[in-house]
Design a protein around this ligand. Sequence first.
Ligand code: FES
Length: 367
Amino acid sequence: MKSLLSKISHSLFHHLTWKGYWEPLVQRFKPAWRDGLFRAQITSATYLNPNTLQILLSPEKKWPVHLAGQHVSLTLEINGRLTTRVFTIASGASTRALENELRLIIRIKEQGALTPHLPTLSPGQWVNISPPMGRFALREDKDILMIAGGSGITPFIAMLEDYTSKHAAKHSSNDCNEHHSSQASMKPNIHLLYYAKQGEHLLIDELSNISSKLPNFAFRLLTKANDGDVERYLPEFNSYEWMVCGPLSLYGPVSKNALANNISLESEHFTALLPTVFDSSEEEQTFLIQHDDKVLHVNNQQSLLTQLQQANVSVNYGCGMGICHQCQCVKKQGIVRDMRTGELSDNAEELIQLCVSQAITNLELQS
Ligand code: FES
């Protein structure tokens, strides 16, 4: 029934869904209400350093519980147009439960489509967010080496926040218990190697605070200029599982070492920019697409959903016509064409719908 109403709405009123038709009306009572998205209210937007903004926002109650390490898309209306970018949530589910607050820590890019507008957000303003997404999560049964570069500290601070809230109290009560083995309370070990430029490490006070509460957690603040490459520190953690979040220049050597030593590696990395020169003609062309761990070829004639299905890649989907949003995934890099409007995306990270998107350049996608 819902989909029938949406089809009628699409053809008669040029709205993608029936609910979308009522958006302007509902927005009179619920600012920023949009079909398919959640609302969140800005609590504060403050600079952590000249290029990095911390945004606290309070999601509406029905926003799902997230897992520390997941990301979310943030949508703002800028000059009458909706602009969406994806950011890691830099706070844990424990803070959401206590204070109903999410934190985003965002590097402002001067030429960016969305980030230069973020400093103007004011307390009380409503924005839209997606449900939490992603599978980058902390395992608690293994010794873990976290490797962060720059703003790649954000998923780790969320994981450490939740880990501390779960285990710090237990640890201090264990300290008082003479019968408890101190070794047992110290497991698993978590070690963080955090690379940034001199003076640009973020959240140092929070990391110190966590390490004072958790004796099994330690961190090192490193700069490439003073401390050298990450490879010199990796061998001492060969018995740990590794997690890395940062630029390709950090991910590259870490993944090479993990492979060489048969070490389990979880990663979130920002890849180098693909060339922004592209041919938007409709002549058939083939591109490479990285979807999670798989690499395959796609053309610019069929939708990404069709081609992923033909390649037996498991993807969620529903209506197949851009209405239900079930095929939504994160485009990390690359340019796609919206098959409904012909509109081209930019090269940045954003949410796309696979069933109505065609590749225009090589792409990196994350489900
Ligand atoms: S929007 Fe429904 S499957 Fe793509």
